[in-house]
Design a protein. Structure first.
Length: 86
């Protein structure tokens, strides 16, 4: 799945920056943006951890499949125990 491109946006000094929103890339198993740029927002794609209570992770485990698998633990309660999200 190829990520979408985003339209360029102008900053106050006239420079053009590419604002992007990441999409899930099934080949890599992680969210990614189509282009290198000044901004790439994962939105809710990284919200959650494994299958913990009240925080199932969309597309778990969000680990780069082209590198090494590293699954999340499933014990605990979301936002009561360790978690990193947007």
């Amino acid at each position: 799945t190829a990520p979408p491109t985003a339209p360029p946006t102008a900053s106050g000094d006239g420079a053009v920056a590419l604002t992007q929103e990441a999409v899930f890339d099934s080949d890599y198993g992680v969210p990614r943006c189509a282009n290198t740029g000044s901004s790439c927002d994962s939105r809710a794609l990284l919200n959650g951890r494994g299958t913990v209570t009240n925080g199932n992770e969309l597309n778990l485990s969000n680990t780069n499949l082209k590198r090494a698998a590293c699954t999340d633990g499933n014990s605990g309660t979301y936002h009561d125990d360790e978690s990193i999200d947007q």
